[in-house]
Design a binder for this molecule. Sequence first.
Ligand code: HEC
Length: 186
Amino acid sequence: MNARNIVLSVALAAVVAAHFFVSPAPDAPNRDFLPGMVYSRAAEAFDASPLLAGGRVLQPPPAGTVARRASLVTYAATPADAVRAGTELVAPAVEPADGARGAALYGTFCSPCHGGAGVGDGTVVKRGFPAPPSLLAPSAVGMRDGQIFHIVTYGQVNMPGYAAQISEEDRWRVLAYVRQLQRSGK
Ligand code: HEC
């Protein structure tokens, strides 16, 4: 046995022996090594910061970038742009699961005015709101998908826009449901 092995054996014996003297305290928290790293202070989004550009934590997005899921649809809220949207926008393919979603959205956001069947006899209309034209009428049936998408996004005359309440994908699902109503209402 050389000297190093003796030292290591003594150290091992000391550690094993220490185990019997240090009583375990399951309720006490363990000791943190470098607590400043364990509990780093998170910066608040609207805090001032001496380190970052502009003296604030929140940084503007780099020029030319587009946020994920941001809409690239930009139209003016005018009837002319609704027609333009009709010629430019193409409705995405409808998945089987979209049907139920579109129906639920229609029931929540459209039926109060347009009525469950789309003929313009919703609850709000029965209480005096100006009745919308029937969605089953030739004018609405003949509208292109993109034009109806535009109307749901930006509104039309007495109808408010729903861009803030219904996501872009969901607005297409509502459109698919309106088309379904039109097909079954004929
Ligand atoms: C607050 C009542 C109201 C709600 C809610 C509403 N609409 Fe309308 N909508 C109207 C009115 C009123 C018009 C007619 C506007 C006008 O005078 O051109 C209209 C027009 C339309 C038109 C054009 C019809 C045409 O022939 O010109 C479409 C399409 C349409 N709405 C779809 C929807 C869809 C889809 C929803 C649900 C996302 C919805 N609307 C929610 C009131 C409403």
